[in-house]
Design a protein around this ligand. Structure first.
Ligand SMILES: [Zn+2]
Length: 536
């Protein structure tokens, strides 16, 4: 029997880490991420692994985000000497991400040590050092996607495009046990349809077991076009007040997406003529890697390149590498767009920009990414009147624009759409990588729609996976819905979601102005059509 232990991103969104073992005791790991978001969560990084790193020969890494890769230096420090199999862009991105993460660990430890000293306590050591991070890089082994490789006798694997960030992958894993092969699919983080820069997630049709992320399992993103408009409005709002636009963005992917959109505004002539700062050394380096890896772009990004543009550039763009350059930004009066890290406002240069601008009426704060519980970013989104930055209470007077449509994650609709391809093979589904309410909601919907067995594992839960038939037998007494009624059920759930959104929009003031009489007629038409399907 195959054993999977959920050692991270189970019941939470960070710390991704799954241990897969076969009966012969061969062990492979999937992801090795850092737990983030609050003290309690971060303490988990220091705990025992739950396995011996020396005994692991293979680690599959889905992508370079720190919540998936950030404990690799510690894994190597604790004895791992195997191969880290991942896509070529992920190898390049990890080279900068892990060193940066180590630097943050060192600074945190130094700060804590100084505090401890004053209290007569011992020094604090970092979780790992830049030396550990540099050391870990030699174990990376790039593997192009779409090819099957044998990693151990009886264990085969293939990476597929996950459409989440540059280089992100889904993992297909085949484990052979007494001549029976079990296929386990780990979705990794899935991108949404029409994600910028990268291609849409690869559609997989067969699996015995499926581990699926659920970051947005209970939410629908706003439409992307609306979000683009909102971004422009948020910029114009600050410009009209002569204030700054602050965009907290993860150095990896979100920063490049924002640049990509600003570039698009520029080419269309709608971008106000103000300086744009990419104020994050890590984001600047990541952007270079994006520029290099054109072969992984989607069609739209390629078209921009073919027209002779750099998708991440515009004439007013300033890349501020040094601290002095960064500090000078807030000395300069007038409007500017500042894209800075980190994305949840918990560390990095963004904290300085928030300290200088959060209290200024007329400034814009654009929250365009996921904000975990307990982070400063989440507090700003939740409308707190003041937040603590550098142990100082800063009041929130700037206008906060929460723009949902830029997420690099699939939303509920995208996730269900992606799962729908497994309709024939009916895997047993484990819903992971989500806050409990998001995972539970997605689990319920997957069960209702596709009649699949679904479970939401707890942190550290051990799952025993038996070799199983691909198509599950229908229990006696249970009516298996026909394809047509299942398709209809899916449509009804989509409709319910759309109606829910419409209802919500109607309660918003700005939406009211946009409603026209024709919309009422359209609703009447839909209602009549519905009545036609099931006449009384
Ligand atoms: Zn991710």
């Amino acid at each position: 029997m195959i054993k999977v232990t959920c050692l991270g991103a189970a019941g939470s969104v960070t710390g991704s880490n799954y241990l897969v073992e076969n009966t012969q005791g061969k062990k492979v790991l999937v992801d090795c991420g850092l737990f983030q978001g609050g003290k309690q969560m971060e303490l988990r990084n220091w705990q025992d692994w739950g396995f011996d790193p020396k005994q692991i020969d293979t680690l599959f890494l889905t992508h370079a985000h720190i919540d998936h890769s950030g404990r690799i230096p510690k894994l190597v420090k604790d004895g791992f000497r195997g191969k880290i199999i991942t896509s070529p862009p992920t190898v390049e991105l990890c080279q900068i991400m892990l060193l940066d993460s180590a630097h943050i660990q060192e600074m945190d430890a130094e700060w804590q040590s100084r505090k401890n000293k004053r209290r007569g306590k011992k020094d604090m050591l970092p979780l790992y050092t830049t030396g550990d991070a540099a050391e870990s890089l030699q174990y990376f082994s790039p593997m192009e996607r779409d090819q099957i490789i044998t990693v151990e006798p009886g264990i085969r694997a293939r990476l597929r495009n996950a459409g989440h960030i540059l280089g992100s992958s889904i993992l297909e894993l085949w484990v052979e046990e007494s001549n029976e092969e079990t296929k386990i699919v780990f979705s990794g983080d899935l991108g949404k349809q029409d994600q910028l820069i990268v291609k849409d997630p690869y559609e997989i049709f067969a699996a015995n077991y499926l581990f699926i992320e659920s970051t947005y399992g209970n939410r629908q993103h706003r439409s992307f076009e609306d979000s683009k408009e909102e971004l422009l409005e948020a910029i114009q709002y600050a410009v009209s007040h002569g204030e700054k636009v602050i965009i907290p963005a993860f150095a990896l992917e979100r920063s490049q997406e924002i640049l990509y959109l600003l570039g698009e505004f520029y080419r269309k002539g709608t971008l106000p003529n103000i300086p744009v700062y990419l104020d994050s050394p890590l984001a600047i380096k990541a952007t270079q890697i994006f520029r290099k890896n054109k072969k992984y772009y989607d069609e739209q990004a390629r078209a921009i390149v073919d027209q002779g543009f750099d998708p991440f550039d515009m004439p007013n763009l300033h890349l501020t590498l040094t601290t002095e350059e960064s500090m000078a930004i807030n000395q300069r009066p007038g409007s500017a767009i500042i894209v800075s890290a980190n994305g949840m406002c918990t560390a990095g240069r963004i904290k300085h920009h928030l300290k200088h601008n959060l209290w200024r009426p007329g400034a814009s704060i654009i929250i365009a990414g996921f904000q975990a519980e307990g982070t400063t970013g989440r507090k700003i989104v939740d409308g707190e009147k003041s937040v603590k930055i550098f142990r100082e209470d800063v009041s929130v007077k700037a206008k906060v624009f929460t723009i949902g449509g830029f997420s690099a994650h699939a939303d509920q609709k995208d996730l269900l759409q992606w799962v729908s391809h497994f309709n024939e093979s009916r895997p047993r589904v484990f819903v992971v990588h989500g806050e409990p309410s998001a995972s539970e909601t997605l689990a319920r919907l997957i069960h209702e729609r596709f009649d699949m067995e679904v479970h939401v594992p707890r942190w550290k839960e051990i799952l025993m996976l038996e070799a199983r038939e691909v198509v599950r037998e229908v229990k006696p007494g249970m009516v298996k819905p026909s394809d047509i009624s299942r398709t209809m059920l899916n449509k009804i759930i989509d409709l319910e979601n759309e109606l829910g959104r419409l209802k919500k929009r109607l309660k918003e003031k700005e939406a009211e102005a946009k409603i026209i009489e024709g919309d009422v007629n359209r609703l009447n038409y839909i209602q009549e059509e519905l009545q036609g399907i099931l006449p009384e």
